[in-house]
Design a protein around this ligand. Sequence first.
Ligand SMILES: Nc1ncnc2c1ncn2[C@@H]1O[C@H](COP(=O)(O)OP(=O)(O)OP(=O)(O)O)[C@@H](O)[C@H]1O
Length: 278
Amino acid sequence: MAYLELNNVSKTYGKGANATEVLSNINLQIEEGEFVAIVGFSGSGKTTLVNLINGLLQPTSGEVIFKGNPITGTSHERGVIFQNYSLLPWLTVYQNVSVAVKETFPKENKKFRENRVKEYINMVNLTPAIHKRPKELSGGMRQRVSIARALAMDPEMIIMDEPLGALDALTRGNLQDEILNIWNKDKRTALLITNDVDEGIYMADRIIPLRPGPNATLGPEFKINIDRPRDKTSLNDDPEFKKTRNGIIEYLMEIGEERTTTETIEYTLPDLEPKYFD
Ligand SMILES: Nc1ncnc2c1ncn2[C@@H]1O[C@H](COP(=O)(O)OP(=O)(O)OP(=O)(O)O)[C@@H](O)[C@H]1O
């Protein structure tokens, strides 16, 4: 049995005539210690998939199994870095991370917790902003707080829902490396949802495309046969990188075209009498 398993998972939103099956028949196995990336189009169901694995949603059919047991709710063992930072606006950077650390390590002493909060804030280079509130931070800084908060909780599995999308290239690159360091050093398991193929190749062991929804399914996996640690600057010239990148992009273009040629959208216009005003 794999560390995480999704067996024939489907998720439908709505009921009766309004029902839409967003995900259909998703099968995914992730082994302990693996880093898997899922790439997909906007609106294809990526966040729905993350929430099923996180335990915020239950599948309509099929099963999501974590370490041999069905997932029935959220757990500290699986830490999620969300797309939209979800910080508590009335708390400072320190306090936002501290709340999470307190919840995860209730038995540890104050000094341990303080050190842990400071360590993770420092890791995302936010020590100078430690006493600021979210409204005083840029979008990128807020996302860094949310990364520090998730990682400070010491999750066994790190689940990332497009966590770096809003960041500038330099910050994005640094945080990719920080996440990889933590994953590697502490032998975590990681699932990254991204729309950036290069990011997926740089970080993951395997990339799996999510075919566009409704009825989104997972496409064939692409193994990344590039030794670690990977070097960003020389990656562009690596023949294996080019081959993998081309393969994934061609596949995404193919399914993207299918989507635009087979999709029929019907719009019902409101049946309104024109109204004239004097
Ligand atoms: N609670 C809900 N009720 C009804 N429909 C929903 C709900 N949540 C999501 N959807 C629909 O399911 C589809 C997939 O949404 P989801 O957020 O999982 O996609 P996504 O790939 O993460 O999108 P994006 O890349 O834009 O963030 C969308 O069409 C969305 O409108």
